[in-house]
Design a binder for this molecule. Structure first.
Ligand SMILES: [Fe+2]
Length: 407
Protein backbone atom coordinates (compact mmCIF):
# COMPACT_ATOMS: atom_id res chain seq x y z
CA UNK A 1 0.00 0.00 0.00
CA UNK A 2 1.38 3.42 -0.95
CA UNK A 3 1.01 5.89 1.87
CA UNK A 4 1.38 9.61 2.54
CA UNK A 5 1.68 11.87 -0.49
CA UNK A 6 2.22 8.82 -2.67
CA UNK A 7 -1.33 7.76 -1.91
CA UNK A 8 -2.89 10.87 -3.44
CA UNK A 9 -3.35 10.77 -7.20
CA UNK A 10 -4.37 13.29 -9.82
CA UNK A 11 -5.51 12.63 -13.35
CA UNK A 12 -5.85 15.71 -15.50
CA UNK A 13 -6.51 15.95 -19.23
CA UNK A 14 -7.97 19.24 -20.46
CA UNK A 15 -7.30 18.55 -24.16
CA UNK A 16 -10.34 18.18 -26.41
CA UNK A 17 -9.77 15.27 -28.78
CA UNK A 18 -11.34 15.30 -32.24
CA UNK A 19 -10.66 12.17 -34.29
CA UNK A 20 -11.71 10.38 -37.42
CA UNK A 21 -11.07 10.28 -41.17
CA UNK A 22 -10.85 13.85 -42.53
CA UNK A 23 -11.20 15.41 -39.06
CA UNK A 24 -8.50 17.83 -40.22
CA UNK A 25 -11.34 19.76 -41.88
CA UNK A 26 -12.47 20.80 -38.39
CA UNK A 27 -9.33 22.88 -37.79
CA UNK A 28 -10.84 26.27 -38.71
CA UNK A 29 -13.98 25.70 -36.68
CA UNK A 30 -11.98 24.55 -33.64
CA UNK A 31 -9.63 27.54 -33.97
CA UNK A 32 -12.60 29.91 -33.95
CA UNK A 33 -13.99 28.16 -30.86
CA UNK A 34 -10.77 29.05 -29.04
CA UNK A 35 -11.55 32.74 -29.52
CA UNK A 36 -8.34 33.31 -31.51
CA UNK A 37 -8.29 35.44 -34.67
CA UNK A 38 -4.96 34.87 -36.47
CA UNK A 39 -3.04 31.60 -36.64
CA UNK A 40 0.64 30.79 -36.63
CA UNK A 41 0.98 27.45 -38.43
CA UNK A 42 3.99 25.59 -37.06
CA UNK A 43 5.35 22.68 -39.09
CA UNK A 44 8.47 21.31 -40.77
CA UNK A 45 9.55 21.33 -44.40
CA UNK A 46 8.86 17.59 -44.87
CA UNK A 47 5.25 17.86 -43.70
CA UNK A 48 4.71 21.00 -45.76
CA UNK A 49 6.36 19.46 -48.83
CA UNK A 50 4.08 16.42 -48.53
CA UNK A 51 1.09 18.76 -48.87
CA UNK A 52 -0.31 18.00 -45.42
CA UNK A 53 -0.54 21.66 -44.45
CA UNK A 54 -2.87 22.38 -47.39
CA UNK A 55 -5.94 20.88 -45.70
CA UNK A 56 -5.31 22.98 -42.58
CA UNK A 57 -4.96 26.17 -44.61
CA UNK A 58 -8.11 25.40 -46.58
CA UNK A 59 -10.10 24.91 -43.38
CA UNK A 60 -8.76 28.18 -41.92
CA UNK A 61 -9.59 30.04 -45.15
CA UNK A 62 -13.12 28.62 -45.15
CA UNK A 63 -13.59 30.07 -41.68
CA UNK A 64 -12.09 33.44 -42.63
CA UNK A 65 -9.03 33.06 -40.38
CA UNK A 66 -5.78 34.71 -41.54
CA UNK A 67 -2.54 32.81 -40.95
CA UNK A 68 1.25 32.82 -41.26
CA UNK A 69 3.27 29.63 -41.83
CA UNK A 70 6.46 28.93 -39.84
CA UNK A 71 8.00 25.76 -41.33
CA UNK A 72 11.51 25.95 -39.89
CA UNK A 73 11.24 23.25 -37.24
CA UNK A 74 14.03 20.67 -37.54
CA UNK A 75 14.30 17.18 -36.04
CA UNK A 76 14.88 17.48 -32.27
CA UNK A 77 14.49 21.29 -32.00
CA UNK A 78 15.90 23.45 -29.23
CA UNK A 79 15.60 27.01 -27.94
CA UNK A 80 16.92 28.62 -31.13
CA UNK A 81 14.01 27.37 -33.26
CA UNK A 82 11.49 28.20 -30.53
CA UNK A 83 12.94 31.74 -30.37
CA UNK A 84 12.70 32.19 -34.15
CA UNK A 85 9.08 31.00 -34.19
CA UNK A 86 8.17 33.26 -31.27
CA UNK A 87 9.62 36.24 -33.12
CA UNK A 88 7.51 35.51 -36.22
CA UNK A 89 4.43 34.95 -34.07
CA UNK A 90 4.82 38.26 -32.19
CA UNK A 91 5.72 40.26 -35.32
CA UNK A 92 2.70 38.92 -37.20
CA UNK A 93 0.43 39.42 -34.17
CA UNK A 94 -0.84 35.83 -34.20
CA UNK A 95 -2.97 35.02 -31.16
CA UNK A 96 -3.33 31.26 -31.66
CA UNK A 97 -1.18 28.38 -32.92
CA UNK A 98 -1.93 25.38 -35.13
CA UNK A 99 0.82 22.75 -35.19
CA UNK A 100 0.88 20.01 -37.76
CA UNK A 101 3.75 17.54 -37.55
CA UNK A 102 5.41 14.90 -35.41
CA UNK A 103 6.66 15.31 -31.85
CA UNK A 104 9.32 17.88 -32.86
CA UNK A 105 6.98 20.53 -34.35
CA UNK A 106 4.36 19.89 -31.64
CA UNK A 107 6.90 20.54 -28.87
CA UNK A 108 8.43 23.52 -30.71
CA UNK A 109 4.96 25.02 -31.35
CA UNK A 110 3.97 24.66 -27.72
CA UNK A 111 7.28 26.25 -26.67
CA UNK A 112 6.56 29.18 -29.01
CA UNK A 113 3.20 29.67 -27.29
CA UNK A 114 4.88 29.82 -23.88
CA UNK A 115 7.53 32.35 -24.97
CA UNK A 116 5.09 34.65 -26.80
CA UNK A 117 2.78 34.81 -23.77
CA UNK A 118 5.50 35.14 -21.12
CA UNK A 119 8.43 36.85 -22.85
CA UNK A 120 12.12 35.91 -22.58
CA UNK A 121 13.34 32.60 -23.99
CA UNK A 122 12.22 29.01 -23.49
CA UNK A 123 15.33 28.31 -21.37
CA UNK A 124 13.83 30.61 -18.70
CA UNK A 125 10.99 28.11 -18.18
CA UNK A 126 12.89 24.82 -17.91
CA UNK A 127 11.43 22.70 -15.14
CA UNK A 128 7.93 22.56 -13.78
CA UNK A 129 5.39 25.40 -13.48
CA UNK A 130 7.90 28.18 -14.22
CA UNK A 131 5.72 30.35 -16.51
CA UNK A 132 3.12 32.61 -14.92
CA UNK A 133 0.82 33.19 -17.92
CA UNK A 134 -0.98 30.56 -19.99
CA UNK A 135 0.54 30.06 -23.47
CA UNK A 136 -1.31 30.99 -26.66
CA UNK A 137 -4.19 28.60 -27.34
CA UNK A 138 -2.99 25.75 -29.54
CA UNK A 139 -4.35 23.00 -31.79
CA UNK A 140 -2.04 20.02 -32.32
CA UNK A 141 -2.39 17.74 -35.34
CA UNK A 142 0.04 14.81 -35.11
CA UNK A 143 1.34 13.38 -38.40
CA UNK A 144 2.85 10.31 -36.73
CA UNK A 145 1.22 7.91 -34.28
CA UNK A 146 4.07 8.13 -31.81
CA UNK A 147 5.06 10.92 -29.46
CA UNK A 148 1.64 11.67 -27.97
CA UNK A 149 2.83 15.28 -27.53
CA UNK A 150 -0.67 16.40 -28.60
CA UNK A 151 -2.05 15.36 -25.19
CA UNK A 152 0.96 16.17 -23.04
CA UNK A 153 1.73 18.88 -20.50
CA UNK A 154 5.46 18.31 -21.05
CA UNK A 155 7.39 20.10 -23.79
CA UNK A 156 10.54 18.12 -24.61
CA UNK A 157 13.30 20.09 -26.32
CA UNK A 158 17.00 19.72 -27.02
CA UNK A 159 19.35 21.28 -24.50
CA UNK A 160 21.64 22.86 -27.07
CA UNK A 161 24.59 23.24 -24.69
CA UNK A 162 24.57 19.83 -23.04
CA UNK A 163 23.30 17.72 -25.97
CA UNK A 164 20.62 16.15 -23.86
CA UNK A 165 16.90 16.66 -23.46
CA UNK A 166 15.21 19.20 -21.34
CA UNK A 167 11.63 19.44 -20.14
CA UNK A 168 9.38 22.46 -19.78
CA UNK A 169 6.19 21.39 -18.04
CA UNK A 170 2.98 22.80 -16.63
CA UNK A 171 -0.70 21.80 -16.71
CA UNK A 172 -1.14 25.06 -18.68
CA UNK A 173 0.84 23.59 -21.59
CA UNK A 174 -1.66 20.93 -22.65
CA UNK A 175 -2.81 21.72 -26.20
CA UNK A 176 -6.40 22.97 -26.15
CA UNK A 177 -7.38 20.65 -29.02
CA UNK A 178 -5.81 17.55 -30.59
CA UNK A 179 -7.05 16.54 -34.04
CA UNK A 180 -6.31 12.90 -34.87
CA UNK A 181 -6.85 12.35 -38.59
CA UNK A 182 -5.56 9.00 -39.94
CA UNK A 183 -5.44 10.48 -43.46
CA UNK A 184 -2.24 12.35 -42.56
CA UNK A 185 -0.49 9.07 -41.70
CA UNK A 186 -0.80 7.87 -45.31
CA UNK A 187 2.41 9.58 -46.37
CA UNK A 188 4.54 7.73 -43.79
CA UNK A 189 6.99 5.11 -44.97
CA UNK A 190 6.84 1.62 -43.46
CA UNK A 191 9.83 2.36 -41.23
CA UNK A 192 8.56 5.78 -40.03
CA UNK A 193 5.29 4.16 -39.10
CA UNK A 194 7.06 1.31 -37.27
CA UNK A 195 9.47 3.40 -35.19
CA UNK A 196 6.81 5.90 -34.11
CA UNK A 197 4.35 3.10 -33.32
CA UNK A 198 6.89 1.19 -31.22
CA UNK A 199 7.73 4.39 -29.31
CA UNK A 200 4.03 4.81 -28.49
CA UNK A 201 3.76 1.14 -27.53
CA UNK A 202 6.69 1.60 -25.16
CA UNK A 203 5.05 4.68 -23.59
CA UNK A 204 2.07 2.49 -22.71
CA UNK A 205 4.10 -0.54 -21.58
CA UNK A 206 6.39 1.61 -19.42
CA UNK A 207 3.36 3.40 -17.93
CA UNK A 208 1.97 0.00 -16.90
CA UNK A 209 5.19 -0.88 -15.04
CA UNK A 210 5.91 2.13 -12.84
CA UNK A 211 5.36 2.78 -9.16
CA UNK A 212 2.82 5.52 -9.97
CA UNK A 213 0.11 3.51 -11.71
CA UNK A 214 -3.56 4.00 -10.90
CA UNK A 215 -6.68 2.21 -12.16
CA UNK A 216 -7.16 5.12 -14.60
CA UNK A 217 -3.65 4.96 -16.06
CA UNK A 218 -3.80 1.14 -16.18
CA UNK A 219 -7.02 1.23 -18.20
CA UNK A 220 -5.51 3.71 -20.66
CA UNK A 221 -2.18 1.86 -20.87
CA UNK A 222 -3.71 -1.57 -21.46
CA UNK A 223 -6.14 -0.26 -24.08
CA UNK A 224 -3.36 1.65 -25.83
CA UNK A 225 -1.14 -1.47 -25.86
CA UNK A 226 -4.02 -3.51 -27.23
CA UNK A 227 -4.82 -0.99 -30.00
CA UNK A 228 -1.21 -0.57 -31.11
CA UNK A 229 -0.25 -4.27 -30.78
CA UNK A 230 -3.21 -5.41 -32.87
CA UNK A 231 -3.03 -2.69 -35.53
CA UNK A 232 0.59 -1.65 -36.06
CA UNK A 233 1.35 -4.45 -38.54
CA UNK A 234 -1.57 -3.42 -40.81
CA UNK A 235 -1.10 0.32 -40.19
CA UNK A 236 2.54 0.23 -41.33
CA UNK A 237 2.18 -2.13 -44.29
CA UNK A 238 -1.11 -1.05 -45.86
CA UNK A 239 -3.50 1.82 -46.50
CA UNK A 240 -5.87 0.49 -43.81
CA UNK A 241 -7.30 3.71 -42.34
CA UNK A 242 -9.02 1.92 -39.47
CA UNK A 243 -5.70 0.42 -38.37
CA UNK A 244 -4.00 3.82 -38.72
CA UNK A 245 -6.68 5.52 -36.65
CA UNK A 246 -6.40 2.81 -33.99
CA UNK A 247 -2.64 3.48 -33.75
CA UNK A 248 -3.19 7.25 -33.63
CA UNK A 249 -5.80 7.04 -30.88
CA UNK A 250 -3.65 4.42 -29.12
CA UNK A 251 -0.60 6.68 -29.14
CA UNK A 252 -2.62 9.53 -27.58
CA UNK A 253 -3.97 7.15 -24.93
CA UNK A 254 -0.44 5.87 -24.26
CA UNK A 255 0.65 9.42 -23.53
CA UNK A 256 -2.35 10.06 -21.28
CA UNK A 257 -1.19 7.00 -19.32
CA UNK A 258 2.50 7.88 -19.14
CA UNK A 259 1.79 11.57 -18.59
CA UNK A 260 0.37 10.52 -15.22
CA UNK A 261 2.00 7.16 -14.36
CA UNK A 262 5.31 8.34 -15.89
CA UNK A 263 7.85 6.31 -17.84
CA UNK A 264 10.36 3.66 -16.82
CA UNK A 265 13.89 2.54 -17.57
CA UNK A 266 13.52 2.24 -21.36
CA UNK A 267 13.07 5.98 -21.87
CA UNK A 268 15.50 6.84 -19.08
CA UNK A 269 18.29 4.73 -20.59
CA UNK A 270 17.82 5.74 -24.23
CA UNK A 271 17.87 9.47 -23.48
CA UNK A 272 21.70 9.86 -23.36
CA UNK A 273 22.03 7.53 -26.37
CA UNK A 274 19.99 9.83 -28.56
CA UNK A 275 21.91 12.94 -27.56
CA UNK A 276 25.40 11.43 -27.77
CA UNK A 277 25.06 9.01 -30.69
CA UNK A 278 22.17 10.51 -32.64
CA UNK A 279 20.20 7.26 -32.60
CA UNK A 280 16.59 8.09 -33.57
CA UNK A 281 14.28 8.01 -30.55
CA UNK A 282 11.97 5.18 -31.67
CA UNK A 283 14.89 3.01 -32.82
CA UNK A 284 16.71 3.40 -29.49
CA UNK A 285 13.47 2.65 -27.58
CA UNK A 286 12.34 -0.40 -29.53
CA UNK A 287 15.80 -1.98 -29.42
CA UNK A 288 16.00 -1.70 -25.63
CA UNK A 289 12.35 -2.49 -24.78
CA UNK A 290 12.52 -6.34 -24.60
CA UNK A 291 15.63 -6.19 -22.39
CA UNK A 292 13.97 -3.83 -19.91
CA UNK A 293 10.81 -5.97 -19.89
CA UNK A 294 12.95 -9.02 -19.05
CA UNK A 295 14.63 -7.04 -16.26
CA UNK A 296 11.22 -6.01 -14.86
CA UNK A 297 9.63 -9.47 -14.99
CA UNK A 298 10.59 -10.59 -11.49
CA UNK A 299 9.18 -7.40 -9.99
CA UNK A 300 5.61 -8.09 -11.14
CA UNK A 301 4.57 -11.49 -12.48
CA UNK A 302 0.96 -10.50 -11.83
CA UNK A 303 1.08 -7.43 -14.11
CA UNK A 304 3.01 -9.30 -16.81
CA UNK A 305 0.35 -12.03 -16.71
CA UNK A 306 -2.41 -9.43 -17.18
CA UNK A 307 -0.45 -7.94 -20.06
CA UNK A 308 -0.01 -11.37 -21.68
CA UNK A 309 -3.79 -11.93 -21.55
CA UNK A 310 -4.32 -8.43 -22.93
CA UNK A 311 -2.09 -9.42 -25.87
CA UNK A 312 -4.25 -12.46 -26.60
CA UNK A 313 -2.36 -15.21 -24.73
CA UNK A 314 -4.58 -17.90 -23.25
CA UNK A 315 -4.39 -18.43 -19.49
CA UNK A 316 -6.09 -21.84 -19.51
CA UNK A 317 -4.05 -24.27 -17.45
CA UNK A 318 -1.25 -21.79 -16.89
CA UNK A 319 0.13 -20.41 -13.65
CA UNK A 320 0.86 -16.71 -13.38
CA UNK A 321 4.58 -17.54 -13.62
CA UNK A 322 3.98 -19.44 -16.89
CA UNK A 323 1.77 -16.77 -18.39
CA UNK A 324 3.82 -13.70 -17.43
CA UNK A 325 6.88 -14.19 -19.73
CA UNK A 326 4.54 -14.72 -22.69
CA UNK A 327 3.89 -10.97 -22.69
CA UNK A 328 7.56 -10.43 -23.52
CA UNK A 329 7.46 -13.14 -26.20
CA UNK A 330 4.43 -11.46 -27.79
CA UNK A 331 6.21 -8.10 -27.94
CA UNK A 332 9.31 -9.77 -29.41
CA UNK A 333 7.11 -11.45 -32.04
CA UNK A 334 5.70 -8.05 -33.02
CA UNK A 335 9.19 -6.53 -33.21
CA UNK A 336 10.40 -9.46 -35.31
CA UNK A 337 7.42 -9.16 -37.68
CA UNK A 338 8.22 -5.48 -38.11
CA UNK A 339 11.88 -6.32 -38.81
CA UNK A 340 13.07 -4.31 -35.82
CA UNK A 341 16.76 -4.60 -34.85
CA UNK A 342 17.31 -7.05 -31.98
CA UNK A 343 20.43 -5.40 -30.58
CA UNK A 344 22.58 -2.30 -30.68
CA UNK A 345 25.69 -2.48 -32.83
CA UNK A 346 29.18 -1.17 -32.14
CA UNK A 347 28.82 1.14 -35.12
CA UNK A 348 25.88 2.84 -33.35
CA UNK A 349 27.29 3.21 -29.86
CA UNK A 350 30.80 3.46 -28.46
CA UNK A 351 30.62 0.88 -25.66
CA UNK A 352 33.35 2.64 -23.68
CA UNK A 353 30.76 5.36 -22.97
CA UNK A 354 28.30 2.98 -21.30
CA UNK A 355 29.38 3.77 -17.70
CA UNK A 356 29.11 7.48 -18.52
CA UNK A 357 25.60 7.00 -19.92
CA UNK A 358 24.63 5.13 -16.75
CA UNK A 359 25.93 8.05 -14.71
CA UNK A 360 24.06 10.53 -16.90
CA UNK A 361 20.69 9.10 -15.98
CA UNK A 362 21.45 9.46 -12.27
CA UNK A 363 19.64 12.79 -12.17
CA UNK A 364 16.41 11.40 -13.59
CA UNK A 365 14.99 10.83 -17.03
CA UNK A 366 15.63 14.25 -18.49
CA UNK A 367 18.09 15.44 -15.87
CA UNK A 368 21.58 16.63 -16.43
CA UNK A 369 24.56 14.56 -15.46
CA UNK A 370 27.14 16.35 -13.35
CA UNK A 371 30.56 15.21 -14.61
CA UNK A 372 32.27 16.48 -11.43
CA UNK A 373 30.20 14.24 -9.21
CA UNK A 374 31.30 10.69 -8.33
CA UNK A 375 28.40 8.23 -8.42
CA UNK A 376 28.91 4.92 -6.57
CA UNK A 377 28.32 1.78 -8.66
CA UNK A 378 25.67 0.53 -6.22
CA UNK A 379 23.76 3.83 -6.31
CA UNK A 380 20.09 3.46 -7.24
CA UNK A 381 19.23 5.05 -10.58
CA UNK A 382 16.28 7.38 -10.04
CA UNK A 383 13.35 6.23 -12.11
CA UNK A 384 9.72 5.45 -11.57
CA UNK A 385 10.45 1.99 -13.00
CA UNK A 386 8.66 -0.83 -11.14
CA UNK A 387 11.98 -2.55 -10.40
CA UNK A 388 14.63 -0.33 -8.89
CA UNK A 389 17.97 -0.62 -10.68
CA UNK A 390 21.45 0.04 -9.39
CA UNK A 391 23.95 1.75 -11.64
CA UNK A 392 25.73 -1.60 -12.08
CA UNK A 393 22.45 -3.20 -13.23
CA UNK A 394 21.92 -0.39 -15.73
CA UNK A 395 25.43 -0.91 -17.11
CA UNK A 396 24.76 -4.66 -17.40
CA UNK A 397 21.46 -3.96 -19.18
CA UNK A 398 23.20 -1.69 -21.72
CA UNK A 399 25.82 -4.43 -22.32
CA UNK A 400 23.15 -7.11 -22.69
CA UNK A 401 21.43 -5.06 -25.38
CA UNK A 402 24.46 -5.72 -27.63
CA UNK A 403 23.93 -9.49 -27.47
CA UNK A 404 20.58 -9.85 -29.28
CA UNK A 405 17.47 -11.77 -28.28
CA UNK A 406 15.72 -14.90 -29.51
CA UNK A 407 12.03 -15.76 -29.36
FE1 LIG B 1 9.07 8.25 -26.50
Amino acid sequence: MRTGDQNIFTFYLPTKIVHGVNSLQKTGEEFKNLGATKALIVTDKGVKGAGLVDGVLESLKKNGIPYVVFDEVEEDPGGTTVGKGAEVCSKEKCDGIVVIGGGSPICAGRGIGVVVANGGKIGDYVGLNKASKPPLPLIAIPTTAGSGAEVSQFIVLKDEERHTKTVVGSPMYFPKVAILDPMVLKRLSFWQSVVSGIDALSHAIEAYFTNMTTPITDALALSAINLIYNNLRAASTSEDLEAKEACLVGSSMANMACGNARLGLTHAMTNPMEGMFKIPHGVAIGTLLPYVMEFNLTASYQRFAVLAKNLGESDIGKSIEDLAPRAITAIKRLLADLRFPRKYSDSQIDRKIIPQMAKMIMEGMYGVYDPKKEYPINAIVPSTNIRKATMKEVIDLYEKAFEGWEI
